[in-house]
Design a protein around this ligand. Sequence first.
Ligand code: 6GU
Length: 242
Amino acid sequence: MRIDLISIFPEFFEVLDLSLIGRAQQDQLLQINRHNLRDFTNDKHRTVDSPPAGGGAGMVMKPEPWAKALESVLEGAEAAESKPTLIIPTPSGDVFTQAHAEELATHQHLVFAPGRFEGIDERVTDWAAEHFNLRRLSIGDYVLNGGEVATVVMVEAITRLIPGVIGNDASLQEESHTDGLLEYPVYTKPAEWRGHQIPEVLLSGNHAKIDQWRQEQAESRTKRIRPDLWARRLVAKRTQSE
Ligand code: 6GU
């Protein structure tokens, strides 16, 4: 997979050179290119923002540097490739979920365009829709200072699903959200720690019983902590059996 990240703070993305995603880049499972939006300006001050049309607080990102940066990414794209997928992180987008991560992990080329200030001139979206497969995505109902951190979150959630990025496929199968449930609690040695015990069943060696206990724990946790996920799971199960 190829990923292009365009921002006025490309340094935000240096964290992606660490750990599993850094390793995936070294192993050429993944190519991540960082671009500085200001490199696509023409004026001495490398201006990327301007006051909002119609007035109001804050500044808006000018369309031209974004178009130039996105065009340069298109020029560098493989001729054989279908339209790259452009993700615009924004609190006014669809909420990013594991289902988005799974779908996006199958794409060949992702481009992220995180804005700052009050956002990017909306016409960039209209223009880009002709050249890219476009998604506007939020990472949750709270406000960040810009889309960079949200980009890192989405890149991590997506790239860990690329075959080979995570050594152990079983850990992908078993984790939270893959099956619509929160994860069951986990323990390690010693069996007693500061007066707290490991649940006895886990020390029984009976794997059928252990699986059953874990399933029950995952279900009761989900009901209690995320009734919204629980309700959605019930609906999905009902639809399946119809
Ligand atoms: Cl993608 N951007 C910003 N600025 N804030 C957010 C967000 C994105 N997702 C949630 N909050």
